[in-house]
Design a protein around this ligand. Structure first.
Ligand code: IMP
Ligand code: MG
Length: 180
């Protein structure tokens, strides 16, 4: 199949995403209400739109940091081997930490990242994922908060890419490959 030929069908509208982000932020603000500062860790690059909307809805003192783990490359299949390409700038020992991820798919990325961050002894570590594809799970892990559960479809938009394209779409769409 020729993977350069595809169309994008809208799955979750910008309006639905905004409403869900508000709800998630309210729950997170409540959970961390007593924090002196929440370190919000965005996983690059897919979470950059989500984290920017989410932090603006948090009613907490917040610090933003980023971490980049290797993912799919240019394919639509998980490599199952996770490497850290860019580490945090700040220390998280004894701190409240919220990891923000775009999609939990097989679960390998989130497992690797949370194990790494837990080894640095944060006071609390929770995870907020925009999307979850539970039917794809190979490692038993779940985010504390999930925006939307979706079926096994390859999605793009709202920060999420296919071969580095379509991150700028304001909605989440599913990629439909066209045969010749
Ligand atoms: P996992 O390690 O298999 O859970 O993969 C998680 C990562 O794969 C996510 O952070 C995304 O970057 C990427 N990913 C998983 N599903 C999709 C998708 O449908 N579209 C684009 N990227 C995806
Ligand atoms: Mg990712």
């Amino acid at each position: 199949m020729d993977h350069s030929n595809y169309v994008i069908d809208q799955m979750i509208s910008a309006k639905s995403i905004a409403a869900r982000v508000e709800d998630l932020a309210a729950e997170i603000s409540e959970k961390f209400a007593d924090t002196d500062k929440l370190i919000v860790v965005g996983l690059l690059r897919g979470s950059f739109v989500f984290i920017s909307d989410l932090v603006r809805e948090l009613e907490l003192p917040v610090e933003v940091d980023f971490l980049e783990a290797s993912s799919y490359g240019n394919s639509t299949e998980s490599s199952r081997e996770v490497r850290i390409l860019k580490d945090l700038r700040g220390e998280i020992e004894g701190r409240d930490v919220l990891v923000v991820e775009d999609i939990v798919d097989t679960g390998y990325t989130l497992t690797h990242v949370t194990n790494l961050l837990k080894s640095r002894n944060p006071k609390r570590l929770e995870v907020c994922a925009l999307l979850d594809k539970p039917s794809r799970r190979e490692v038993d892990i779940k985010a504390t908060w999930t925006g939307f559960e979706i079926p096994d479809e390859f999605v793009v938009g709202y920060g999420i890419d296919y071969a580095q394209r379509n991150r700028n779409l304001p909605y989440i769409g599913k990629v439909r490959f066209l045969s010749e």
